[in-house]
Design a protein around this ligand. Structure first.
Ligand code: ADP
Length: 402
């Protein structure tokens, strides 16, 4: 365009010079008018083009910002949807403007039937949302909806310092409450377990300290019992410490362990008790490799299982088998002792659970041995199973990945 303009000006200038030379005044006037008209037209054309360009730029900018806003809205929706607990956003009029899929947990309609209406929410939430909207402040309330415990929290939303709605969230706290309940039960059980031997010891010491007490046979018997109860206390405390260590720090010190010498050494420490009870031992070692495990913790597992097999047998045979399949190293400890019912088998790994209370008590058991075994095997990502039949015997099986 600029080239054309220059050519036209050059042509007009040439004609103008020629007219001046020939002194043609009329032609000069006509030519001058043409030049001015052309220049004015070009100028106005340019202004129009500039305005058009500016408008186009503005429109592009507007398109980009509306695209950005759309993307941001989409991102926000995705975030809100992916939050696993119910979340609702109310506007300045108290109407729902946003709620995620998890809200279906606290609404009466199905997901397909749901709209942004308020009155199908559980009544407690409706009340809570109303209060949050009216009071315009942070609020918190516990509620039970469809047998689930929730902590409802509201946060007021402000724009330029003015209330513009509020956000209501419902946090499922059933697991937290369950954990707290379990902790309370555990503390109560532990206190009870510790209290029993302490009470026995205290009672006997009081009797022994009486000024008129002079019964030598009873004194000897009491002293034996005090010794046994002290041992029991010691066992409970050391098992509790071990369990707490395992739950706080279940880090393993794994290495390749030659498992058979480890079993042999453990069995050796029980030789006297086994002789006393006339218990035979059969070793059936088919495994011929090392096991990748924590040596000390594995020693603890084997000790607890062999000790139980002896404790809960009056005679018979204890068979220890090692084998492997394509996935696991397998250790089986089988006894012909008192055995357990199916219901007991499901519970024996719980802390302080005892199927045979009398025997456990007499042998100074803490009721924590199998919980410790289970925690250790879990830390190894292994499997522990039990098969048992009353008055027939039990088989404890441990599987550790090869
Ligand atoms: P305890 O100190 O009472 O032995 P454990 O946690 O080691 O605690 O075992 C829990 C309960 O499981 C025991 O009280 C006992 O009733 C049962 N039990 C464990 N091992 C055997 C077994 N080999 N035969 C029969 N019962 C067993």
């Amino acid at each position: 365009m600029e080239k054309n303009k220059v050519l036209i000006i050059l042509l007009i200038s040439f004609l103008g010079i020629e007219s001046i030379l020939k002194l043609n005044v009329y032609l000069i006037i006509i030519l001058m008018t043409c030049v001015f008209t052309f220049l004015w037209y070009e100028d106005s054309n340019m202004t129009e083009k500039k305005t058009l360009k500016k408008n186009q730029k503005l429109m592009n900018e507007r398109n980009i910002s509306s695209k950005e806003a759309y993307l941001k809205q989409k991102q926000l929706n995705i975030i809100v949807e992916s939050i696993p607990f119910p979340i609702v956003l109310l506007d300045i009029y108290g109407k729902i403007v946003l709620c995620n899929e998890a809200c279906s947990l606290v609404r009466n309609l199905t997901m397909q039937e749901m709209t942004y209406i308020q009155n199908d929410f559980d009544e407690q939430i409706q009340e809570f949302m109303k209060d949050c909207y009216i009071l315009e402040e942070n609020m918190e309330k516990m509620m039970t909806i469809k047998n689930v415990e929730y902590r409802a929290v509201s946060i007021p939303v402000t724009t330029k310092g003015k209330f513009s709605g509020c956000m209501v969230m419902l946090q499922d706290i059933s697991k937290v409450l369950e954990g707290e309940k379990m902790q309370k039960v555990f503390i109560a059980d532990a206190s009870h377990e510790l209290k029993t031997p302490v009470s026995v010891i205290k009672g006997m010491v009081e009797i022994l300290n009486r000024e008129d007490f002079n019964d030598e046979v009873t004194r000897k018997d009491f002293m034996k019992q005090i010794e046994a109860e002290t041992k029991r206390l010691e066992n409970i405390v050391s098992d509790l410490l071990q369990l707490s260590k395992l739950s706080v720090n279940p880090i393993l010190n794994r290495c390749k362990v030659d498992i058979h010498p480890l079993i042999d050494e453990t069995v050796l420490s029980f030789t006297n008790v086994m002789k006393e009870k006339n218990i035979q031992l059969v070793k059936d070692y088919k495994f011929n490799d090392t096991v990748f495990c924590d040596f000390d913790k594995m020693l603890q597992v084997i000790t607890n299982l062999i000790s139980n097999a002896i404790k809960y047998s009056d005679c018979g045979t204890i068979r220890i088998t090692t084998e492997s399949d394509d996935k696991y190293f397998i250790l089986k400890i089988q006894d012909e002792g008192v055995g357990m019912s199916k219901e007991d088998c499901d519970k024996i790994f719980e802390r302080f659970y005892r199927a045979d209370k009398d025997r456990s008590r007499k042998s100074g058991g803490s009721g924590l041995g199998l919980s410790i075994v289970k925690s250790i095997i879990d830390a190894h990502q292994g499997i522990i199973e039990v098969e048992s039949e009353l008055n027939v015997g039990s088989i404890f099986t441990i599987k550790l990945k090869n």
